[in-house]
Design a protein around this ligand. Structure first.
Ligand SMILES: [Zn+2]
Length: 114
């Protein structure tokens, strides 16, 4: 692979740090405090915040797995290969999403549920 690999790896490492920060922060925020408010509206907005945070948390967990896998693939030499069709993933796509598992064709098909 090319010298850009180092840049992609750095991007992955940085993203990993960012995600770990989000996940660590969330654990602090995730104390069971719903229902302690005096007003219904407070509880509702707090529950909404928690739902939104949970979504962020789950997305962060999922992306962290993708990032970890991408770093592992860099180490074993399979980075940049589509997991579905085995073809190389477009480099522009990797620059935009360094942890992409699939080429654009396959991703579009997966998004459509095929
Ligand atoms: Zn593919």
């Amino acid at each position: 692979m090319t010298k850009d690999d180092a840049r992609l790896r750095r991007k992955l490492v940085e993203e990993r740090e960012r995600l770990l920060t989000i996940l660590a922060h969330h654990q602090v925020e995730a104390q069971p405090n719903v229902g302690l408010g005096n007003h219904m509206a407070d509880d509702a907005s707090r529950a909404f915040d928690q739902t939104r945070e949970l979504t962020l948390y789950r997305q962060s967990q999922k992306t962290l797995r993708d990032v970890d896998d991408a770093l592992a693939k860099m180490d074993n030499g399979t980075y940049g290969i589509c997991e579905r069709c085995g073809k190389p993933i477009d480099f522009a796509r990797l620059k935009a999403i360094p942890w992409a598992r699939h080429c654009l064709d396959c991703q579009m098909r997966l998004d459509q549920g095929h």
